[in-house]
Design a protein around this ligand. Sequence first.
Ligand SMILES: Nc1ncnc2c1ncn2[C@@H]1O[C@H](COP(=O)(O)OP(=O)(O)OP(=O)(O)O)[C@@H](O)[C@H]1O
Length: 643
Amino acid sequence: MSNIREKVFANEFLDSEADNFLHVYLRVKEGIEDYEDLYEIIDSRTLISKIPESSHSAKNIKEAAVMKRKYDFSKIFGPETKQSSLFNELVKPKLWKFMNGIDCSLMTYGVSGSGKTYTIVGTGQEPGVLPRSLEYIFRTLPNMQKYPEIKPLPNGDVIRLGEKQRLGEFEIKQNILSFNWPSMDRNEQINTYRTMQYHLIDDPIENVEHISDSSIAIWVSFAEIYNEQIFDLLQSEVLPGKSKEKLKLGISNGHTYIKKLTNIYVSSGLEAFQVLQYGLHHLNYAKTKINDHSSRSHSIFTINLVQANASFQEEFYVSRFSFCDLAGVERSKKTMNVGERLKESNNINISLMVLGRCIAGVRNTQKALDYRLLPFRESKLTQIFQNALSGHEDICMIVTVNLCQDFFEETQHVLNFSAIAKEIMVTQQPKDSVKKINCFTETTEDGSPEDNETFREENTRTEVFEDTISEDEINQILNKNITTYSLANYISLSGNQNVQFKNENKMMELALQKEYDKWIKDTKLKYLKENFDECSSSDSSDDENEINNNSIVFKRRSRTDSDIETILYSSDEEDRVSFWKKKMKNQELTINEHHKTISALQEEIMKLKFKNQSRIQELEMKIRAQELQIQELKKKLDGIWNI
Ligand SMILES: Nc1ncnc2c1ncn2[C@@H]1O[C@H](COP(=O)(O)OP(=O)(O)OP(=O)(O)O)[C@@H](O)[C@H]1O
């Protein structure tokens, strides 16, 4: 039998896609009747936005003639689009790739309430692309075994399970499937799924002859990024008084993964759907002014497909399909959020801003070879999707919009974002980079699967840098055509891997380091000039709004409240992010100050308590002494009476 991957790459669909740019689709929410004053869908790919003079977006437009903006999409799904059409046209071809071993991601991006969750999860009557995908995958692939044999680890390796571990994994799944819902009838879920199955019974499926001669398994995971912390939505119920475990990120072979994320083995679409419902039940939702059931986090549901070549028992291929439902773009003025909701809002906006900056950065990098240090590490979301967002995986975005007037500014922001995203070039994975996945055969029969997983994660893989410097790169460096991004990369690589190279080229490295330091200095000065006013001298040296940079004093430009909104919705992403970061930093400092005051007061109270306690003890001892004296005197008195 030939290699599964060879069949994948021989498949004609891989070469059939005409454009190599990131696919960005627009989905227009149904039920908005009178949007023609503001928007015009001129064909299946183009939307025109008419910007009213009163709008904030019109401020930067000088001539009346350019009060229209044109946005191109891979395809526009109008308000009449049914969930089934969206699935058939957009997701089905991707599932075919996924079943042939290629990693795929689908993201929904849009204003809060515009239909992101509706598109991915849907409702009982109108299931979204995810439940439909689960059903499609299980109808297409051959029957799965009841107990799993091979388990994919979060870092990309696979592990062969022993007898006890197989039973253990089965039990974990059963616990989820038999979970008692406080607010939902389990039978209702099953009926919802069965109804969908009934409707899809005549839907054609693909011929997967070449997959049927390999042994396969499907595992699913579900993670949430809430307030910049990662949580496992499939973790068993947290005991009262205990908090949910925060998961960390790891890097393996250049891919970022979530450490210790639970993977559940599922052997049918219904089981996978029930696991999805279990995770959704743990997701952070809240009622805001613009959506009664608003997701306050980014959620990532991943289907992992493990294929083992029947003839080569130790050859495994894992492919993943991630469905990422992003939290909604929102303005605190509209949502009227305060307290915890406001904090969530800030975190959501910041991570979406970083996403926008990364996308713009990748676009610029590819377009003008204007390499920069892209801010992927500034948010968990962008770290996880770094590889996909850099154009190295099959990723598509569904931008959801509500074309009503109330959300005009936010929708412009979303449309601008999508216009940039659509310019990202996607590079197809080259054939020679396909690798065989490591498989670990378990020797011990005892120990839980989690133990093994942790052991494997911690002991078998270390974080490694993906590649070494190529001849071309060295030539680039010598030609001084090097960009800052490559410089930074080179320095970090030479510091970690190329020890021999480093020794041989010490002089060159020093020169590069100098050039890199200069870039850091220039960037800092540029930033200060953009955000601060230069002043001749400083009146108060400890003013936190002042920065002294090489004896030039810069004073922070003050910003009004309305500037905040302008920054949040302006096109200058870097300005926005740095502004919000600083604002949050200041808030953190103020909170710290409050904490310090509270600690001081608590100390004072303790001191007073202690002082009073010793005074009370002193007085009690005096009373005791008085009482003893009384007793003595009484005794003497009794003696006198007895005489
Ligand atoms: N295309 C559509 N057709 C019918 N109903 C829709 C459509 N899109 C959204 N809805 C309905 O609008 C409401 C809000 O949608 P949804 O919860 O999907 O928004 P969201 O973008 O995920 O919001 P948030 O970011 O706040 O979580 C839901 O009741 C949903 O059923």
